[in-house]
Design a protein around this ligand. Structure first.
Ligand code: PBG
Length: 336
């Protein structure tokens, strides 16, 4: 780029291109589209159920039939995919999270119903044990520690069950080492050669997951924290290594999570690795905007759209956000 000589004002006035709406639109470098959005849907048992989550205003747990309606709505709005997560009650949880492997569990039933009704919507499955364990961790415990290799064996079986149920994408969010390669090999061997893996490759031990843990029923059961497997918020070089490893093991796309506090990581993922890059605007990010908006401290709608545009500007190709239906609807009305 040419150097800008000194003293060019008033020949150069940066405000000229900002002066009118038509011009601002023409020079905009990034634009959000419904095609960027993945809608996270929290499932629960029942029929005709839409159950609000207190810490996540605007998000309901949906029974399978309501999730089918959501898929229809996403398709009509031009949002390409849904990411499904299950609420599990305490009495269905176990030390090894074995409900994860049941082909008739809530996730699998929802995938079958959605794929039948709306075959062209993309479906992402969360691969992890925290919705199913009675201690709320993403893996199995051995002497009080998360056992990496024993967990990977279970995750492989969970991913196969999900692929069998019709999920297009398995998305491991557990942060165990070596799970991407193990899952890829198992999918290939089972003939699921076109099932994608979107790896939660750089997932941080963040304070922003609270409302999600409420939503899936893990809040009361989680013992301790996840710092032995999720990343330290202090690190970015390590994130680039994590992402490179997962791509080498066969991930089709990678994810940075959370999004808004980690825009530098999204940018590095995009420029240094270059694989398709997802960013997850997590529950706490959405809850903060909702809470400040509800208090009249910020303009909620404008803050939502700005937060998503910032994530896109940082380099995300796809954004998983609870605001997906709201944002897509707003864009359908012609408002960015
Ligand atoms: C863990 C998982 C988490 C989320 C999705 N899968 C976080 C965690 O409890 O560690 C968070 C999503 C959100 O906060 O919206 N498998």
């Amino acid at each position: 780029m040419a150097a800008i000589p000194n003293g060019t004002f008033p020949r150069t006035r940066m405000r000229r291109t900002r002066a009118a709406d038509w011009s601002r639109r023409l020079v905009a470098e990034n634009r959000l589209s419904p095609a960027d959005l993945v809608w996270p849907v929290i499932l629960r048992e029942g029929e005709g159920v839409r159950e609000p989550v207190a810490s996540l205003p605007g998000v309901d747990r949906l029974s399978v039939d309501a999730a089918v309606d959501a898929a229809q709505r996403a398709r009509n709005l031009g949002a390409p995919a849904l990411a499904l997560f299950p609420f599990t009650s305490v009495n269905e949880r176990s030390p090894d999270g074995r409900l994860a492997l049941d082909p008739t569990n809530l996730m699998c039933r929802a995938a079958r119903a959605i794929k039948k009704a709306v075959p062209d919507i993309g479906l992402l499955a969360d691969v992890a044990l925290d919705p199913y364990t009675d201690h709320g961790h993403d893996g199995v415990l051995n002497d009080g520690e998360i056992d990496n290799d024993a967990t990977v064996e279970i995750l492989v079986r969970q991913a196969l069950v999900q692929a069998e149920a019709g999920f297009d994408v398995v998305a491991p969010s557990d942060m165990m080492d070596g799970r991407i390669g193990a899952i890829r090999d198992a999918l290939e061997a089972a003939g699921h050669t076109s099932v994608q893996i979107v790896s939660y490759a750089a997932k941080y031990a963040s304070a922003l997951y609270g409302p999600y843990r409420d939503a899936i029923g893990a809040a009361g059961v989680l013992k301790g924290d996840k710092r032995t497997y999720q990343m330290d918020p202090a690190n970015s070089q390590e994130a680039v290594r994590e992402i490179a490893l997962d791509v080498a093991e066969g991930a089709d796309a990678v994810m940075v999570k959370p999004a808004g506090f980690y825009l530098d990581i999204i940018r590095r993922a995009k420029t240094e690795i270059g694989a398709p890059t997802y960013a997850f605007q997590v529950s706490g990010e959405c809850a903060m905007i909702e809470a400040a908006g509800a208090n009249g401290w910020i303009d909620r709608d404008a803050a939502v759209m700005e937060s998503l545009l910032a994530i896109k500007r940082a380099g995300a190709d796809a954004i998983i956000t609870y605001f997906a239906p709201f944002a897509a609807e707003r864009m359908a009305d012609g408002r960015g």
